[in-house]
Every structure is written in structure tokens, then in C-alpha cells.
Unconditional design. Structure first.
Length: 300
């Protein structure tokens, strides 16, 4: 287990305002850079943070991989390159490769010193970004299959959509437990980590700044989704789950959450595909407007 460099602290709920200060000033394009995302996955990635050269500096220390930095997020007087150099030195002192991962194209284009650093595209981490109205309207031949799935659900199921609230949280936790039993999460490390992240998000619902929505059938939550604003014109969807035995339910929660929570946003970021063929096919099937490319940045 990697020890944190001196001056860093574990990311906790009480740091929400401090970290949010930087994220509000230099609004991110990449899905990782929200407090909710960092917090809900903290048991897996074990992030530590500090202020460096007027920037938010974060080092991730997953048990299953070597530590790496996230791109520094500048405050009003921040110097991103100075912060990045400090991060690289601290990683080397930890015995880890000096690398920043999940570095968005916006950081590379705006801040990166290309003489001192190289940037390698990490396609598996690129975020899929969709026009919100595309996901709501599902118009035209491009969305013909999706619209059919949704219409089949609407015509055959008695349901109601419910925004996430304190009453619904317990029902969503029960649905997630059932989903995990169905998918045998105990035998899949990735699903177990996701299950823990969902538990962290839901049990801290009243203190984290995200929205959620659920589809209820016969008084049982059968689908839910969690997301939050990423920047002024984009929402990011962190979690989407549905009972796979109900036809069209995934199409329904996708469309209904967009309608009810994000209709004022121009874009919806649905995160990356992690290089998983099935997940890539599913994300491409919704016809993304663009990808937010991410890079691995290393000193030359």
C-alpha cells in the first residue's frame, strides 16, 4: 500500500467545499473531476490531495495499480505546470512512475509544456458526450432501435418515474443489492468496487451535490441513475442500472433521467468505456456528439 507524500491528506466529505472551489474556477471537461466521483470511488482509488502552486493536486493510489496523478486544477492564481512538476517529483519519491492520467485535451491544449512533457492518447478512458436533446427525443434513423426499445417499455409496463429523495434511497439500495445478486458481484472485483461506490454515494445522498432518478414498477425500484453537473453546459452520468430482465428498461431510465434532470443542459457526458468491447458498442450505439479525449502525460 503506497504511503501518501508529506502534506497530502485523504479525501473526505469535509473537503467538499475546498475541492469544489478549484472545480468551480476551472470547470472540468473530464468525468473524473467532480467531488462526488472522487468521493464515491475513494475506497478503490484512495485519492490524496493538497494545494500546490495555487492548484488542486491529487494523487490516486489504487491497490491494484501504481500511483498516478490527476491533472492539476488551477485556482485564480494557479500555475498548472509548476503544480504538475511538483506532482511528478512526489510520485518519483513514492517509487512510482512520474505520470498524470486522465488528462483532458483541454489541459493539454491550454497548459501543457510540450517541450518538457509528452502526452499519449488513452482511448479507453475517453469520455462519450451526447447532445441532451438527442437522448431525450431519440429522433431519426440513428435512434430508431432505441426509440423502439423505449416505446415497447412504455406500452407494456405500468411504471412511474421518481426523482431520488431520502425515501427512495433505501429502495435503490435494495435494487442494487438485487442487481448484484443477479450479476454475481461477489466473483467480479470490478462489480464489487462499483457496488461499494454506489453505496457510498447513496448513503451520503443528503451531503453530495448530485441528482438521481428511479423507475418504479409494482412498488419496486427496477432502474436508477445518478449524475451531476460537470460544468456549465454538461451533466455527467456516474451510474445507470436497470433490471436486465425487463425489456427496454435501460432505454427508459436513460431517456427519463435526461428529460427530468438535465433538459436544460446542452450535453450529457456518459463517461468512458474502459476498453470493454460490449461497453464501447453500447456507448457508440447512442451516437455521441463528440469524445473528450484523455491522455497519459509524462516528463520527456
Amino acid at each position: 500500500m503506497s504511503q501518501a507524500p508529506q502534506g497530502y491528506q485523504d479525501l473526505e466529505l469535509e473537503h467538499q467545499d475546498d475541492i469544489g472551489f478549484f472545480l468551480r474556477h476551472d470547470q472540468p471537461q473530464t468525468s473524473e473531476l467532480t467531488f462526488t466521483n472522487l468521493f464515491m470511488w475513494r475506497d478503490f482509488y484512495r485519492p490524496v490531495w493538497r494545494r500546490a502552486a495555487g492548484c488542486l493536486a491529487i494523487i490516486m493510489r489504487p491497490d491494484s495499480a501504481r500511483p498516478y496523478a490527476l491533472p492539476p486544477v488551477p485556482g485564480p492564481d494557479g500555475d498548472p505546470m509548476a503544480a504538475l512538476k511538483e506532482l511528478m517529483s512526489e510520485l518519483k519519491a513514492m517509487g512510482a512512475p512520474p505520470e498524470a492520467h486522465r488528462v483532458g485535451a483541454d489541459f493539454v491544449e491550454s497548459y501543457l509544456d510540450r517541450d518538457g512533457f509528452s502526452a499519449k492518447l488513452d482511448r479507453d478512458q475517453s469520455d462519450y458526450v451526447y447532445l441532451t436533446q438527442d437522448l431525450i427525443q431519440l429522433s431519426g434513423n440513428r435512434f430508431h432501435k432505441k426509440k423502439n426499445h423505449l416505446n415497447k417499455f412504455l406500452k407494456t409496463m405500468q411504471y412511474h418515474y421518481k426523482p431520488l429523495d431520502h425515501e427512495t434511497v433505501e429502495c435503490v439500495l435494495e435494487m442494487q443489492e438485487s442487481w448484484c445478486q443477479l450479476r454475481d458481484c461477489q466473483t467480479n472485483e470490478g462489480l464489487m468496487n462499483e457496488d461499494r461506490a454506489i453505496f457510498e454515494a447513496l448513503t451520503n445522498f443528503d451531503r453530495l451535490g448530485y441528482l438521481g432518478g428511479a423507475i418504479v414498477i409494482n412498488d419496486v425500484v427496477e432502474a436508477f441513475s445518478l449524475g451531476e453537473p460537470l460544468n456549465q453546459d454538461t451533466a455527467v452520468i456516474h451510474i445507470e442500472k436497470a433490471n436486465p430482465e425487463i425489456p427496454g428498461l435501460y432505454a427508459a431510465i436513460n431517456q427519463m433521467f435526461a428529460v427530468n434532470a438535465w433538459s436544460e443542459m446542452t450535453f450529457i457526458n456518459r463517461e468512458q468505456d474502459l476498453g470493454l468491447e460490449g461497453l464501447r458498442k453500447a456507448k457508440e450505439s447512442y451516437n455521441p456528439h463528440h469524445l473528450v479525449d484523455k491522455y497519459i502525460v509524462t516528463p520527456r
